[in-house]
Design a protein around this ligand. Sequence first.
Ligand code: SAH
Length: 390
Amino acid sequence: MTTSPSQPTEIKLVFDEPKQRVKPPLHFADLSPEERKAKAVELGIPAYRANQMSVHFFTHFNDDPDSWTDIPKDLRQTLATTFTPKLISLVKSSVTDDGKTRKDLWKLHDGVLVESVLMSYSDRTTVCISSQAGCGMNCPFCATGQAGLTRNLTAGEITAQVVAAARICASGELPGGATRLSNVVFMGMGEPMANYNAVMRAVRNITTPQPDGLGIGARSVTVSTVGLVNGIEKLTEENLPITLAVSLHTPDDELRDSLVPINSRWKVKEVLEAADKYERKTGRRYSIEYALIRDINDQAWRADLLGRLLRNRNAHVNLIPLNPTPGSKWTASRPFDESEFVRILEGYGVPVTVRDTRGRDIDGACGQLAASEIASSFEKAAEATEGATK
Ligand code: SAH
């Protein structure tokens, strides 16, 4: 069928699949618990073996078939290859804040690199994960956006980052000893709503009680979006009380059209209305993310406009001092402007917090995840090492 050029083309975002190279191997985290059992049966393996695998993977974070002593030796490798192929391997970890923040660089099966950041606090441990390699949203202040989208991650690849974090927590490697991974935020690389199905499968893996999932409370999972309204609407229908965060960054369409380019498709009003519907359906207050950029979006009049927009909404504002990206002319707001911004919003009764800038010195803070840069420096280092040893 041919489409006449005069016909408007619908912008498809949520289900658009960027060109995949070789597909990542299927992992049982790509499947629902029922599908995992069906897959086992299809291979002539009793369904309860899928349950055993779930216990190893989601309860003990153990993907080493040699230690699965409840499974016959000759079956272990088949199960590992079929259900838990290694999807991510650690390239490098950087640690800061006395070991309380740790950024991990992961290599996927096709050499693509993504990052996650693990942060331990007195009352919780949070992992910030990537849902895509790169990002297609092109926000000019965000390091990930600069390189564009490489590809969507699979549910298995997203889940693997969380399982790796849970394993690190349980191993006692973090200061303070063994702990439980308590929170997951989709605020690493990528736009979660542009990879909706894989993100939702991963969210279910995270929130489903053990042994079929990690059993982390839905309220402790945050999905952050630039404001893809079709994605927010779909999420509203999922009936899962996860926390929605909307990266607004300015209350006016004029500036937002350039700070968050997808605003040319869905305006501030539409995004907030979609978030309101989400709030009404789930009873969950949503977050408004706002990176404060000096003299760009931090004026008192914008705080005032934002206060008016949000005063009758069940939203909370998270102000993030801008983390300047390499080569950017933009920087964080002056302390006075930041505190004025807070004061004005509070004057409207809007709850506000200023986000701490964990991981700044290891480029692990918000918006600084850009594995391609690290990748190229790694490749150079590897080339140099190989050259030297030839
Ligand atoms: N694509 C999603 C999630 C990834 S980024 C989204 O945009 O919401 C997570 C948060 O970090 C977003 O609010 C994003 O706008 C913000 N961010 C990106 N670059 C930043 C920077 N340089 N400084 C501060 N925050 C930034």
